[in-house]
Design a protein around this ligand. Structure first.
Ligand SMILES: NC(=O)c1ccc[n+]([C@@H]2O[C@H](COP(=O)([O-])OP(=O)(O)OC[C@H]3O[C@@H](n4cnc5c(N)ncnc54)[C@H](O)[C@@H]3O)[C@@H](O)[C@H]2O)c1
Length: 360
């Protein structure tokens, strides 16, 4: 019997509310599967912790997390603590120190999910965006010269190492090969004459090893247009940190909105834990009311199941999320329903149990 050890950082605002449902669903899946289980360890880190201790996590926090295979994160950030502190000192610290250089963002329009595009069917939006998660434009390199003077200059340097660029592109090629899907690189070599020329070159070089993978390349501006006009062009997408950040929000917008979007931060070599999170924030405006939509956190739970090799169960959780949206009986207010966070979680658990019973 495999026991998967997961560190839970439920975080702030609606974080704990949606993560509770994710934990409930994962435990249910384990019970139904019968051959694995989860061991969850909770860490009370986040803004409340910061206000009490002056830091987002204890000094040995990263050491504590290292012992786990995965981290399940709700959301961090709350009024009273500057966002750059909550983001940099917890979320980005984990991504960076655990070398979670692959950000996987599924952009898939499930049946029943709200879609702002006209006449788009479910099969037209079904892609996975692989975003570089460790360097690029978010490396934090640069300078601020002559601060406050008329000749003030700021420099924000994009860092593209050969190792960092090759490994993310290779990961995407491997995924495209494994799934038999096309691979599209999104860059901007016409304007970014060092970083993106290099990116395109590496995309081509690595591609020599994958003659079986059909590839496409787009400039990020054209890609943004096609995300809206012809999303069916994209299957597996690979892009840099900044472009990935932006186009995955666009992806979330066309495929059900923030209440549904999930992301995985992977350290593929599994030297360090990988981290799974709904991509929405802590939503202080609706926190503690029990009305947050837990579906994005449940999609993250399905990514956790994939990560541990239980893709069949991951797919079942997605099927059930889809069923909940098609039924429209148990939805939170952001999706036009009147149900609570807990009721949606309970419905997913009930549908999973029914699925199992009907298969027996
Ligand atoms: N990954 C993270 O931890 C993360 C991501 C984004 C923002 N944040 C932090 O969260 C705080 C709030 O940020 P924000 O308001 O810009 O973004 P947000 O995602 O928290 O909220 C934006 C809007 O979407 C709604 N919303 C978000 N998630 C929802 C859900 N599951 N169900 C129903 N409605 C939902 C909110 O009510 C709000 O109106 C800030 O402190 C920010 O730094 C954290």
């Amino acid at each position: 019997m495999n026991v998967y050890k997961i560190a839970v950082i439920a975080g702030d605002g609606i974080g704990p509310e949606v993560i509770n449902e994710g934990v409930k669903v994962l435990n249910k899946v384990a019970e139904l599967a019968g051959d694995f289980s989860f061991e969850f360890t909770y860490f009370p880190w986040g803004c409340e912790y910061y206000l009490e201790h002056g830091k987002m996590l204890p000094d040995d926090g990263m050491e504590q997390l290292k012992k786990f295979e995965a981290v399940y994160l709700g959301a961090v950030g709350y009024p009273g603590v500057p966002d750059h502190i909550s983001l940099r000192e917890l979320l980005l610290k984990i991504r960076k120190q655990f070398d979670q250089y692959v950000n996987v963002r599924p952009v898939k329009l499930l049946q029943g999910a709200p879609c702002p595009l006209k006449d788009v069917t479910r099969d037209q939006i079904d892609m996975v965006v692989i975003r570089e998660n460790s360097e690029g434009e978010y490396a934090g390199a640069g300078d601020w010269l002559f601060k406050g003077k008329p000749e003030e200059v700021v420099l924000q340097t994009g860092v593209f190492s050969r190792k960092g660029t090759e490994r993310i592109i290779r990961y995407a090629y491997e995924l495209a090969r494994k799934t038999g899907r096309t691979l599209t690189s999104i860059s901007k070599a016409n304007a970014l004459n060092y970083s993106m020329v290099f990116w395109d070159q590496v995309f081509e070089e690595v591609g020599q090893e994958y003659p079986d993978v059909e590839t496409h390349s787009y400039l990020v501006d054209a890609a943004s247009m096609f995300f809206v006009k012809q999303p069916e062009r994209f299957q597996i997408v690979v892009t840099s940190n900044l472009f990935g950040d932006i186009i995955t929000d666009l992806g979330a917008a066309i495929a059900g909105g923030m209440g549904l979007a999930a992301g995985a931060n992977l350290n593929p070599e599994r030297v360090y834990p990988s981290m799974f999170e709904p991509i929405h924030g802590s939503a202080p405006d609706i926190a503690h009311q029990g009305i947050a939509n837990p579906l994005a956190a449940l999609w993250s739970a399905s990514q956790i199941l994939d990560f541990f090799g239980h893709e069949n169960w991951g797919a079942k959780v997605l099927d059930v999320i889809e069923q909940v949206m098609v039924d429209k009986k148990t939805l939170t207010p952001d999706m036009g329903g009147v149900s609570s966070t807990e009721e949606v979680g309970n419905e997913v658990v009930a549908l999973l149990s029914a699925l199992k019973t009907s298969q027996v």
